[in-house]
Design a protein around this ligand. Sequence first.
Ligand code: MG
Length: 445
Amino acid sequence: MIISVSGLRGIAGEDLTDELIFKYTHAFGNFCNNGKVVVGRDTRPSGEMVKRSCFKGLLSAGCEVVDLGILPTPSILFSTKELRADGGISITASHNPIEWNGLKFVNSKGLFLNKKEYEKFERMVKETKVFPVCLKATKSIGKPIDRHIKKILSLEYLDIPALKKRRFKVIIDTCNGAGYEIGPKLLQKLGCEVIRMNCNPFEPFPRPPEPNLENLMALKRRVIKENADVGFGLDPDGDRLAVCSKKDFPLGEEYTVVLAASLILGKKKGCVVTNLSTTKLIDDVATEKGASVIRTRVGEANVVEAILKNKAIIGGEGNGGVILPDVHLTRDASTGMALILQYILERRESIENILDKFPKYYIVKKKISIKTDRVLRLGRLKEKFGGAEINEEDGLKFSWKDSWVHIRKSGTEPIMRIIAEAKTEKEAQSLIKQVQSYLNLAPRD
Ligand code: MG
């Protein structure tokens, strides 16, 4: 069971029990001043059960509960603001395996709780005694995906008539997740010929749910077979997006935010916000347009906070998360797809050619299981990489001119992440190996 600023995550029924969900959601109802709370979920088999536990907690706190049904996380955040709710809950374990589930908590602005809000909420969880009060009924309002689509289609950056004329052939693989409806519907509105892959919310996840290119080999084969313009792979709660082409390119899902930012930076002046673990390619793209890149700790809430503070025009994370403030301050695969199609349209060349023209970097991402009692003493690495620029905001990041390595503890799983990027794959692998052997860590995969 993982309890963090990202919310709760665990195996449904085992760690994530009815009792625990009740306790947290009752306290969350109080945190939202016992007002209106919207609740949506992804397609996991435990989703309906977890949802009922949430309803119990919220109703017992006197909240007005709005049931949004199966809905991507970005649409839930968008709707929390649109429906003027006092809070929201997204029931999902994002890219974790199907037996997991979790709760992500949203404030009245439609943003994930920031650290300060989360600390207040945690105190309330500890202190709150359950007093069931004025039970209200649960309301169902259908799925608010049309408003979300309308907002995306209203973006000044998109040339809808030209997109319709271009009629892109697109394959979308939603992992049978919550994006199964909004994804294809949006693509159709953008004039695409849409081929649906894994868009059945009643079927189990057909592949490992993390949208990285290793897990999207079937999508790639389909893109080749159908001679499609592009393939889009989503995670089960529809916030992360990977762009799949007919050829392999070394940065995988890291290209998503780079492509989206390339479009926006060409149209508007302003800065980009991304996390410390995202590809250097984003710096190259921004420098070319005379824009700056602001780096934050890993995690959507950190990126969003910096976007607000710096009035950035676009942001996101290298894991496939595009955040466009003009739509809503959250990672959104739907927004990402629209921006990337517009970018391909304007470049008047294939996605393969576009990716091929970017400077080449290789990124290697490693996960290491760690025992909770193990003291890692990361600080020792500073002796090893003495000549590097050091950033200590989130774990440790060592940067050189054309390469970097970032070592940090995951906020959502009991693992250590080591990510390295360099001009060659060998160099990136070597950085990872040096860290592993220096810290005496055995690889998990
Ligand atoms: Mg996700």
